[in-house]
Design a protein around this ligand. Structure first.
Ligand code: DC
Length: 224
């Protein structure tokens, strides 16, 4: 038996932060599926594999090993045994990951891994297609949303804190592009599942979003 909480939504809605906090509070295993696509994108970059080189992509998909390990409240991402937690957040990976995540063969493999990772566990899994495709029968389905300008503001602030040099306009443009790509993928496109609860985080603090999400999950647990 496993209990699955799926959280979907566009970039910059706080999915990662919320998933991390809720996982701790409710003792759930956390799975960041975006980190898996990022790890595979990094693998392609490291091996100089182009987006249209299907033969090489398939070779890498056969060899790839991605592990997500929880350590001191943080999720550490391993690519073939190497800690790539920071590297997968770099600009070069962020720019490359969206087209990589549109490749059907890549999605099939990542979804297979995601379903395996959740087997027999109580998990909170975040991404774009968790509630619609990976786990259409998830126990709890949440869609986090926010205005694109607010999401870009949050991402810009994060970049400044990390010392990443970008302008707000660049971040906003990139965010709009990513939204478009995420929503128009041939497989695994971002959309709201019919039975998902939509939480608009535009005017909410992290603490307020966390409380809302935990309330939705606890309500579900109480009727099981
Ligand atoms: O959430 P993120 O920004 O780390 O995700 C990285 C990329 O992977 C982003 O372009 C969307 C894509 N992605 C996806 O297609 N499906 C998922 N389940 C998770 C992420």
């Amino acid at each position: 038996m496993s209990f699955i909480v799926g959280i979907d939504g566009p970039a910059g809605t706080g999915k990662g932060t919320i998933t991390n906090l809720v996982a701790k509070d409710l003792n759930l295993s956390q799975i960041d599926t975006g980190a898996m696509y990022r790890a595979f994108a990094l693998y392609m970059l490291d091996n100089n594999v182009a987006l249209d080189d299907m033969e090489k992509i398939k070779e890498l998909l056969d060899k790839v090993n991605i592990d997500l390990i929880q350590e001191n409240d943080k999720e550490i991402v391993f690519l073939n045994g190497k800690d790539v937690t920071s590297e997968i957040r770099s600009n070069r990976v962020t720019k490359f990951v969206s087209p990589v995540s549109s490749i059907i063969e890549v999605r099939i493999k990542m979804v297979e891994l995601q379903r395996k990772m959740a087997e027999g566990k109580n998990v909170i899994m975040e991404g774009r297609d968790i509630t619609t495709y990976v786990f259409p029968n998830a126990d709890v389905k949440i869609y986090l949303d926010a205005d694109v300008e607010e999401r870009a503001r949050r991402r810009y602030k994060e970049n400044v804190e990390k010392g990443i040099e970008t302008t707000f306009e660049e971040v906003l443009e990139d965010m709009k592009k990513r939204d478009y790509n995420d929503m128009h993928k041939p497989m695994g496109a971002l959309k709201v599942a019919e039975d998902a609860v939509v939480v608009d985080t535009t005017k909410l603090s992290i603490e307020e979003v966390k409380e809302k999400v935990e309330k939705i999950i606890k309500n579900k647990i109480s009727i099981l």
